[in-house]
Every structure is written in C-alpha cells, then in structure tokens.
Design a protein around this ligand. Structure first.
Ligand SMILES: *[C@@H]1O[C@H](CO)[C@@H](O)[C@H](O)[C@H]1NC(C)=O
Ligand SMILES: *[C@@H]1O[C@H](CO)[C@@H](O)[C@H](O)[C@H]1NC(C)=O
Ligand SMILES: *[C@@H]1O[C@H](CO)[C@@H](O)[C@H](O)[C@H]1NC(C)=O
Length: 411
C-alpha cells in the first residue's frame, strides 16, 4: 500500500513538472565567459538547498560532474551498483568509501569516470542523483528534474577550470547528457542550442528543446551531424562510437578561394581519425599542420591585399597584424556538402586581439598527428547560434549574429 501511494505521489509530481515546463518557454540557462581561461560556464542549482554550482560547458562531455566536498542535500542518493540507471549510465564497476559517509563517499555505488580535460585526467568516482533546478526558485523558463543523474568529483580535481567553477556540464550524445535528461522528463524535442557571448559582460544562452520564439528572424544553415565510429573519450569499450559532435567540412575558403588540402584530412577513417569536431574545451580552432600551413599563408596574403600590415608572431599564433591597419579582414568559410552551405568566420571570430596594437589570426596549428584534423574551438563559436538537433541529426548554425544585427546577449 505504501509503495502504491509513493507511486501516485511521484506520478503527480511528474505531471506538475511537465505542465509547468510546457506552459512556459523552453528551458534556458545563462552562459557567461570567463575572460582568463576563455571558458564558457553556466549556473545550475542542485539538491534540497538548491545549491548554486558554476559548471563549464563541455560539448564533448558525457555527463554532469561537480565537486561534492561541500555539498549537502536531503534528496541526494547514490546510484546502486547493478541498477537499471547504472546500466544506462554505463557505470564502470562498483565503488565504496572508507571515510565518513557524505555525498561523494558512499558504499555500493555505481562507478563513474569523470574526465577533467584541462588536467587530461580521468577520476574514479560514483554516480548519484538529486533534484536539478535551472534557477534558484525553480521558476522561469528553466526545467526541474527530480532525479538528475551526475557524478561527484573531488575538489582537488578541478585544476584548469575557470575560477569559481566547480564542475562541468556534459552536452555530448550520451544517454545521460544534460539535454537528454531534461528532454526525457519534459517531453520536449531532443534538441539544444548554445550561443556564447564574446565578452565577460555578455550573457549567452543554453536552450533545451525547440528554439521557442528565440530563433525568429535568424537565418540558419544546416548540415548533418556525423557519428565518428570510434570513441574519442579517454576510456571506452571496443565498438563504442564517439559521443562528440562531428560535421562534414569538405573544404575551406579564404577570401573566396578554396585552399588546397588533401581530401582525406576532411573524412573520418576506420580508426576514427580525421574529420571535423566541435569542441568547447578548445579555445581556438586547431587545424592539422597540413591544413594550417596553406590556410595561414592564404590568410596572410588576402590580408596584405586589404592593406593589413603583418607583425611578429605572438605564440601560439603564427600570423599577427597591426591592429590599426585592419578595417576589414579576409572572410573564412568552412564549406559543407550541398548548395551554398558554409559557415562564415569573419571579423572578431577570425582574429583575436592580443593588445591594443596587435591582432592575430585566431587559429592554431594542431600539429602533424592530431586525432581530428579540425577542432572548431570556442572563439569561433562566439556570437554564433548553434542548434544541435539530435532528432534529425542536424547542426543548424547562424554564422556571426552580429552580421544579422543581433548578438547572443540580445536573443
Ligand atoms: C587556451 O586554453 C588553455 C586551457 O584553458 C589555456 O591554458 C591557454 O592559455 C589558452 N590559450 C590562449 C591563447 O588563451
Ligand atoms: C563501507 O563499508 C565498510 C565495510 O563494511 C565500512 O567500514 C565503511 O564505513 C562503509 N562506508 C560508508 C561511507 O558507509
Ligand atoms: C543594423 O543596424 C544598423 C544601425 O542600427 C543599421 O544602420 C543597419 O541597416 C542594420 N543592418 C541590418 C542588416 O539590419
């Protein structure tokens, strides 16, 4: 009888949540830029105290993790080993803890392996669940998820994260990514969008579900999302596909001219190498050395044609210019299959200001043996609206909103 009552209570709770998320707009979280690390982060609220937690956005991360050292919540629960949720999370083994019991230190807990990409280290932790609130009061266009699955992390494993951030919000294609858990509860279409601000005073957006009214009057182009058949996570089982986002760039143009690159760099081979990945962990787009060289050469030449004066390089950048000679900069296009489908990278997305006098081409040399030939980084995504449509496997992109007289903060 007691369990039947519980069932009714739970069902009722869910019904309210669904009604409140669909009556409002789509769930929206603010995105801020940390000027020092150039990372993008958002604030979530977790547990019975609705603790505010700053988490760095990780497009390639499989799940949410944060430091539980100072976390307390009466609704927190570890995920038991062997449970259905543990299977869904692809839990690795069973973890225990010999210290006093607290969130992040429990026995018989489904093993998690959160990854800190800035330390390039995996950690042994446990999966847990607790209530998720998009905002402090659980109101406004932000969803509430009663049993949100996440991994704890130790506070000593946060090196490299923006100051004030104690976790990362994973947005990959995994079954337990942030958006997947949100749409699972709210019955929204499986899509999410990101729009990163270009300055630390701007406020961008992470939207889950359809665009609501936000996309009105924004021109978006579309290209298929590609699945890399080989996992790109630091630990995986044979046969696992990558859960990161790849797209089919087939050529690159600088000032309208296609640069000459061996075609095989643009495709993903049987080992999962090559191709184009989108990553928020990379601050500037990295190109395979065989792409970077002709690309930078073409850019420098096109810049000279516009009267832009070259100056000494400022590492890690190789092509730098006198800022006062830049009135217009050469346009860069990432070209996709189809008619007129290309991502334009111009203006502030193509250059980075080093100081008042010097600006550089904001791309870095990825070396001669990178896993992916092109890794599109955060600087190139600023003030661009990107919609990841997992229902139709499409990436929709706006190129710079500034060209359309909009910005991520004004959406
Ligand atoms: C890019 O990000 C890394 C890691 O956050 C940081 O160490 C590095 O200084 C950044 N590079 C630039 C040029 O800002
Ligand atoms: C886990 O189990 C061991 C052995 O029974 C016990 O000593 C320890 O206190 C337990 N840890 C927690 C956090 O409950
Ligand atoms: C953008 O705004 C400026 C100033 O408000 C205006 O002059 C210009 O025509 C607008 N451009 C577009 C494409 O709407």
């Amino acid at each position: 009888m007691a369990s039947f009552l519980n069932y009714i209570v739970v069902f009722f709770f869910f019904a309210i949540l669904v009604a409140s998320t669909s009556a409002q707009n789509v769930p929206t979280l603010p995105i801020r830029k940390d000027p020092k690390t150039r990372q993008f982060y958002t604030t979530i609220h977790m547990g019975s105290n609705r603790a505010a937690i700053n988490t760095v956005i990780d497009l390639g991360g499989p799940f949410l993790w944060f430091s539980c050292n100072d976390y307390s919540s009466t609704t927190y629960a570890p995920i038991p080993c062997g449970s259905r949720k543990c299977q869904l999370a692809k839990g690795s083994g069973c973890v225990g803890c010999n210290l006093p019991k607290r969130p992040g230190c429990t026995n018989d807990t489904c093993g998690a392996t959160p990854y800190n990409p800035f330390m390039n280290l995996l950690f042994a932790q446990g999966f847990n669940e607790d209530s998720f609130y998009g905002s402090k009061d659980g109101a406004g266009p932000a969803a509430v998820v009663p049993r949100f699955l996440f991994s704890c992390m130790d506070k000593d494993s946060l090196e490299g994260l923006a100051s004030g951030a104690t976790g990362m919000l994973g947005l990959s294609r995994s079954e337990i990514s942030f958006h997947k858990q949100l749409v699972g509860v709210s019955k929204l279409p499986h899509k999410f969008s990101i729009c990163f601000p270009s300055s630390s005073s701007g406020i961008g957006k992470l939207l889950v579900g359809g665009g609501g009214g936000v996309y009105n009057n924004i021109l978006l182009k579309s290209t298929p999302l590609i699945v890399n058949p080989v996992s790109t996570y630091p630990i995986y089982s044979e046969g696992d596909a990558s859960e990161e986002y790849f797209i089919g760039v087939e050529s690159i143009r600088v000032a309208g001219e296609t640069i000459s690159v061996k075609e095989s760099h643009f495709t993903i081979d049987k080992k999962g190498d090559g191709g184009t990945k989108i990553s928020t962990v990379q601050n500037f787009t990295a190109l395979h050395n065989s792409i970077y060289k002709p690309f930078a050469r073409a850019f420098v030449k096109a810049a000279a044609d516009l009267g832009i004066k070259s100056v000494a390089a400022v590492p890690p950048f190789r092509a730098c210019f006198r800022s006062d000679t830049i009135t217009r900069s050469p346009e860069i296009d990432l070209v996709f299959p189809g008619k007129d489908v290309y991502w334009s990278i111009g203006g502030a997305n193509s250059m980075v200001e080093i100081d008042r006098k010097t600006s550089c081409l904001a791309f870095v040399d990825g070396g001669s043996n990178p896993r992916s030939s092109i890794v599109i980084g955060g600087h190139q995504m600023e003030e661009n609206l990107l919609e990841f449509d997992l229902l139709n496997s499409q990436l929709r992109f706006s190129s710079s909103l500034l060209v359309q007289n909009k910005s991520c903060s004004s959406l």
